[in-house]
Design a protein around this ligand. Structure first.
Ligand SMILES: Nc1ncnc2c1ncn2[C@@H]1O[C@H](COP(=O)(O)OP(=O)(O)OP(=O)(O)O)[C@@H](O)[C@H]1O
Length: 299
């Protein structure tokens, strides 16, 4: 389990991470979401001892990363896939890590197979790797010591669709076997599919956290009928907030059941009724981080 408590990081008067607290639970995948510059990487760097916190703590199973005797056997870290030594081959990088951690030689082969890097690719210098190959190698390095916690910054970056699905299945299985996964991503839909819990950060502050189910339930309901205005009025009469979209659908904070009841009472036939979870996470993300978006995308 990862426990972050009142973590703050300031750089020359600028607060990059502001009183951040959350936990990433054992057996669950926690998605760490936020716009550019929100403080995700800084938080993760503090967790693994690369950046000192100004105040607060980040503990892994109750201990600071720097106090772990053999950190690679407890925490797998992938923060920047391009930070690997460009002049070494993938196999060399894994072999150095295998020796440092005192693991059996055969572990390198196992991990190359796990991340689907071929022998030819493993013997190529990392400077000639594609971004997706670097991510696979980074994930192999993170998993080499068979850790029970994974901290991954944008691990899907550069992976093709098959690679993204592969990674998703791998992380799901890892969590199902009792591992703790914390991963950051801008790929909201990717997080929506894989995460059990979400932590949303904007301008260094946590703006929302909870289970994905809880947060998406609060994303409301989408409904459609042949008469959007009549449907909107019926739902509004129940005291709910409603917005009518240009495509004729309505989005409301009412539950699907409340919308169904309101439509029935008003004699309006529904042609669609569902939780807003499809686009819900993206809407929620833009809404919660509206103050911190560079493009004013949520406006
Ligand atoms: N060493 C540093 N010195 C000064 N400011 C820094 C330093 N490192 C990070 N920052 C600032 O802290 C803020 C948070 O950066 P961070 O990299 O943690 O964001 P992020 O959420 O990971 O963003 P992205 O999604 O773009 O990677 C940014 O404004 C960044 O410029």
């Amino acid at each position: 389990m990862i426990t972050v408590s009142s973590l703050t990081k300031t750089y020359a008067g600028f607060t990059a991470v502001n009183d951040v607290s959350f936990t990433a639970q054992t057996g669950r995948v926690t998605g760490f979401l936020g716009p550019n510059g929100a403080g995700k990487s800084t938080t993760m760097r503090i967790m693994v001892g690369l950046t000192p916190a100004s105040t607060g703590t980040a503990l892994i199973d109750g201990r600071r990363f720097v106090d772990l005797p053999n950190p690679g056997a407890e925490v797998g870290v992938l923060l920047d896939a391009s930070a690997q030594h460009a002049g070494r081959t993938g196999r060399e990088i894994l072999t150095i890590a295998q020796r440092t951690m005192g693991l059996p030689k055969g572990r390198v082969r196992e991990l190359l197979d796990l991340v689907s890097l071929t022998d030819t690719e493993a013997d190529r210098r990392v400077r000639n790797y594609s971004l997706g190959m670097r991510q696979r190698l980074g994930l192999a390095t993170a998993l080499l010591g068979d850790p029970h916690v994974l901290i991954l910054d944008e691990p899907a970056n550069g992976l093709d669709p098959a690679g993204i699905r592969w990674m998703r299945d791998l992380l799901r299985a890892y969590a199902d076997q009792g591992g703790t996964v914390l991963l950051s991503s801008h790929l909201l839909h990717e997080i929506e599919v894989i995460a059990d819990d979400l932590v949303v950060i904007g301008n260094g502050r946590i703006v929302a956290q909870g289970t994905k189910a809880e947060l998406l339930a609060s994303a409301g309901t989408v409904a459609r009928s042949s008469d959007a205005v009549a449907l909107a009025s019926a739902v509004e009469r129940g005291g709910h907030t409603v917005s009518v979209h240009t495509d004729g659908s309505i989005h409301t904070d009412a539950t699907t059941e409340q919308v169904g009841q309101a439509a029935l009472a008003a004699g309006v036939a529904l042609t669609e009724l569902r939780g807003a979870d499809g686009a819900g996470l993206e809407d929620m993300f833009l809404e919660l981080t509206a103050d911190t978006q560079r493009e004013g995308a949520a406006a």
